[in-house]
Design a protein around this ligand. Structure first.
Ligand SMILES: [Fe+2]
Length: 236
């Protein structure tokens, strides 16, 4: 298929001497076209030169950024008093567009200081091309209102919507347990079982899973109705 995907772990592959980054355990992804040697960075944050170096080392040209959601550990900004590098630093180095869900754009501007002209606002179902690779943007609200996942060939980059053995928090501002229930059980669970799952954080004992394995092992994908879900979330 020619899909190029690299999983980079904060504190290991970039931001190597940043203790906070390694504690947060964010994954950044490079997704693109193996033949044409172009890619975009998913959620570039913490150490922009380090991420760009990873692409440069493999001879990949970075042509833009894809954003799963607006939390500062994914896009840069201030969190717990720490200032995290992110999209603003990325664009200062590599003039490019940042692909966001339209619902998330205000939050992203607030957290990063970017302006409308920096953003390419999308609806769920939109597709973008990186070289000859098609990336489908899947709107999966719940963790935040404009959370989105990226599907390229049989690889899903899921941000903080679906983790290996878990799912993103719904108790932060903008979080919505009901939306998360539908995003997990009606959208992501319907993807083919062999779809590779690349989550937004390294929270599990393995870095990559499949939708099929998560449907077997991930409790959050096995809830059968909204009432049970609300009980699990403590919202009933
Ligand atoms: Fe998050």
């Amino acid at each position: 298929m020619g899909l190029y995907i690299r999983q980079l772990l904060a504190g290991r592959d970039f931001a190597k001497d940043d203790y906070f980054a390694s504690q947060m355990a964010n994954f950044v992804y490079l997704v693109g076209d193996e033949e044409e040697r172009v890619c975009m960075a998913v959620d570039p944050a913490w150490d922009i030169p380090g991420i760009i170096e990873c692409a440069d080392r493999e001879g990949m040209r970075l042509t833009g950024a894809l954003v799963t959601h607006y939390h500062p550990d994914h896009v840069g900004g201030n969190i717990f008093g720490h200032n995290i590098a992110g999209l603003a630093d990325f664009l200062a180095t590599r003039p490019a567009k940042v692909h966001v869900n339209e619902v998330e754009s205000e939050g992203i501007k607030q957290v990063t200081g970017l302006s409308d002209s920096d953003l390419e606002k999308h609806r769920g179902g939109d597709e973008i091309l990186i070289g000859k690779i098609t990336v489908k943007l899947i709107h999966t609200p719940g963790h935040t209102p404009g959370s989105q996942c990226f599907l390229a060939a049989s690889a899903l980059v899921s941000g903080d919507t679906l983790f290996i053995g878990g799912c993103g928090r719904v108790d932060l501002p903008g979080g919505n347990p009901n939306d998360m229930y539908y995003s997990l059980t009606q959208i992501l669970s319907k993807l083919p079982e062999e779809t590779l799952l690349f989550p937004g954080h390294n929270y599990a004992s393995k870095p990559v899973s499949t939708i099929g394995d998560e449907k077997k092992d991930n409790h959050y994908l096995k809830i059968r109705n909204l009432d049970d879900w609300k009980r699990l979330m403590g919202a009933a």
